[in-house]
Design a protein around this ligand. Structure first.
Ligand code: NAD
Length: 480
């Protein structure tokens, strides 16, 4: 894809100079209070104060105003996706440019907005009770490097739809694109509706600023999207947290599956953004009866098969061990995380065509690529005796995250067995994992899938407080 790199660099530099590379605050805010900051802060207290001010103003605006606000976020994510997606790719250096661009489009088009708000009514002999969904106030959001601006886009649409404002601590390695996106969103909203700082962002984020957000008394709810460390940290806070934690999604292929369709689906899901998605296919368990045929189907669909010595080399190159003593564990090697299949192949001295999106190979269950959330386009395939064995292995490999699982089968009994055993938030049958977020499947999208705390794929309703309004003995107009 052709993009104007000079333009992108100049925009990134403008953002950095605007927020000050050394952490200095904006030089000249326009208007009163924090108006004119367009959401960019280096100080958590100021960001929270600005977001609270914005919340008070938003609370006096109409639902139609919220629709208009969200419309600007959607429009910018969609219209400017090539420029912003390229910035994200250049800054984070993980994943694939085409999918960075697609993710912004998906976030802009498919994140649920104001239309998702619902009220409930109880009408009876004692009158009428209405249960409505109100905002929490200011939400503290932590976002990952794997989808920096796409997560912010989904979070902002969901949270503002239900009347909240946000303070974001982005991943340090995706902070520049986060700042540029947030600036553009706020500026467009401010120019149209005169309200600024609905989305505030810490432009120089650190673990300390994340902790300040966790503990801040004027932040009313947390929404954390990331790996095991941050998920644990969020769940230890005194304040309620919506936690979108890590996944390690297994795939089961049984003897009834359409193997070519399964192969195409696994490539589409696991190669998407070089397997950075928390829902992406990470390991595959195939029943013995069709194992060899499935390996051939993967090759027909365009994936490159590694032989046993190449799998060994890939394991050495792709997996690193960190920590000491009881904390010693395997992690994806930084140099290969999110890189193209071609780069992985080069690392083990193999040549694959430029068009190759995914590498795969046979391993046993104990290979570290099975338990580790590798986030790179190599997927291990493990033989299973039968579907029960495959489901048990899949269950072990998922670590009880209850995030995402996939089956390729035409046997509803097998599908049901796996669905029950895995107990995951997303369970996809006969398609790529991304179908579970509405890409090629039905439903809406969000890049925050709340797993340990149970809210699921987030929507505006996730970020609401229930409020009950009771009229005693009147307003039921149906008569006795
Ligand atoms: P990460 O955990 O390294 O970082 C995520 C965010 O948390 C970053 O902003 C980081 O700065 C912050 N952070 C990390 N440790 C922290 C701590 N102790 N206290 C406060 N903040 C902390 O993850 P990543 O590499 O950016 O993203 C990939 C991970 O996120 C994968 O494990 C993936 O499965 C998960 N993820 C989950 C979802 C979901 O919807 N469930 C979506 C995207 C990514």
């Amino acid at each position: 894809m052709q993009v104007d790199e000079t333009l992108i660099r100049s925009v990134v530099e403008q953002v950095i100079s605007r927020i000050g590379g050394n952490g200095a605050a904006l030089a000249s805010p326009v208007g009163t209070g924090y108006q004119g900051r367009f959401g960019l802060f280096t100080d958590v207290d100021q960001a929270v104060a600005a977001a609270n001010e914005a919340f008070d103003r938003l609370s006096r605006m109409t639902l139609d105003d919220r629709r208009r606000i969200i419309g600007h976020i959607r429009r910018i994510a969609i219209e400017q996706r090539v420029e912003l997606g390229t910035m994200e790719m250049e800054e984070t250096k993980v994943g694939r440019l085409d999918h960075k661009i697609d993710k912004l489009q998906v976030a802009g088009e498919r994140s649920p907005g104001v239309e998702f708000l619902r009220s409930e009514v109880f009408s009876g002999d004692h009158g009428l009770t209405v249960i409505e969904r109100g905002p929490f106030g200011v939400i503290g959001a932590i976002t990952p490097v794997t989808h920096s601006l796409p997560t912010i886009t989904c979070n902002a649409i969901n949270m503002i739809a239900s009347g909240n404002t946000l303070v974001i601590n982005p991943h340090p390695s995706g902070r520049r694109v986060a700042a540029e996106g947030v600036r553009r969103f706020n500026e467009a909203i401010y120019r149209d509706l005169g309200i600024d700082n609905l989305i505030c962002l810490i432009a120089e984020p650190t673990l300390e600023s994340a902790n300040q957000i966790f503990k801040h008394r004027d932040i009313h709810l947390l929404c954390v999207t990331g790996g095991p460390g941050v998920a644990r940290a969020a769940m230890q806070q005194a304040k309620r947290a919506v936690v979108a934690g890590p996944g390690n999604p297994p795939v089961v292929v049984d003897e009834t599956a359409d193997l070519d369709r399964a192969a195409r689906s696994i490539i589409a899901g696991a190669a998407f953004d070089n397997n950075l998605l928390c829902i992406g296919e990470k390991q595959v368990f195939v029943v013995e009866q069709v194992f060899d045929a499935m390996m051939d189907a993967m090759q027909r669909a365009g994936a490159a098969r590694l032989c046993s010595s190449e799998v060994d080399a890939m394991t050495k190159a792709g997996i690193a061990t960190v920590g000491e003593g009881a904390d010693r564990h395997d992690v994806p090697a930084k140099e290969l995380l999110g890189k193209d299949a071609k780069v992985l192949a080069q690392a083990i001295g193999k040549k694959v065509p430029d068009t190759c999106e995914l590498l795969y190979g046979e391993t046993d269950e104990s290979n570290p690529f099975v338990p580790v959330e590798q986030m790179m386009p190599f997927v291990p395939f493990v033989r299973a005796r039968d579907v029960d064995d495959a489901i048990e292995k899949a269950h072990r490999s998922e670590h009880g995250f209850r995030h995402t699982a996939v089956i390729h089968s035409h046997d509803v009994v097998n599908m049901t067995k796996m669905g029950r055993r895995m107990d995951t938030t997303l369970f996809v049958k006969n398609g790529p994992s991304v179908a579970g977020l509405g890409l090629g499947g039905e439903g809406y999208a969000s890049f925050s899938i709340a797993t340990p705390t149970g809210e699921g794929v987030t929507t505006p309703l996730t970020f609401t407080r229930e409020r009950r309004c009771t009229m005693v003995d009147s307003l039921r107009i149906l008569g006795k």
